[in-house]
Design a protein around this ligand. Sequence first.
Ligand code: FES
Ligand code: FES
Length: 153
Amino acid sequence: MLKKINFTVNGKTESMEIDVGETLLEILRERLHLTGVKKGCAVGECGACTVLIDGTPTNSCIYLAVWADGREIVTVEGIAKGGVLSKLQKAFIAEGAIQCGYCTPGFVVTGTAMVESGKHYSREEVKQELAGHLCRCTGYQNIIRAVMKALKQ
Ligand code: FES
Ligand code: FES
């Protein structure tokens, strides 16, 4: 069954007809070519596909595209503004928190929500917030350092 949806992606209004069985991940990657959104496990376990939906980090692989109707989506492509990396993205580079980079978009999206929340996080709380993200290169220490650095700035 087809349904028309309207939503905002990285500040741009999108309108399209989708099959009700399609996931948001499929729409973002295959129709809008936002390939920074990665497909890992496809069952909500690894966090590679994380995007912000109305400001909340969400696994787009288990989120139906029809649910995005009327919502505001931000992908990793929408984090840098005017070609300038965010302080979190700069911290990832400074701390060497990127190896193969497959998990990085998901960590950056969740980390951005943490930074933008303005809340204070202890190291333990940072680890808990990032627990839904798997890094196959096991670069967790550098990733946690990068997020802590951006939170302190
Ligand atoms: S691809 Fe979505 S959680 Fe792994
Ligand atoms: S940097 Fe390779 S999976 Fe995390």
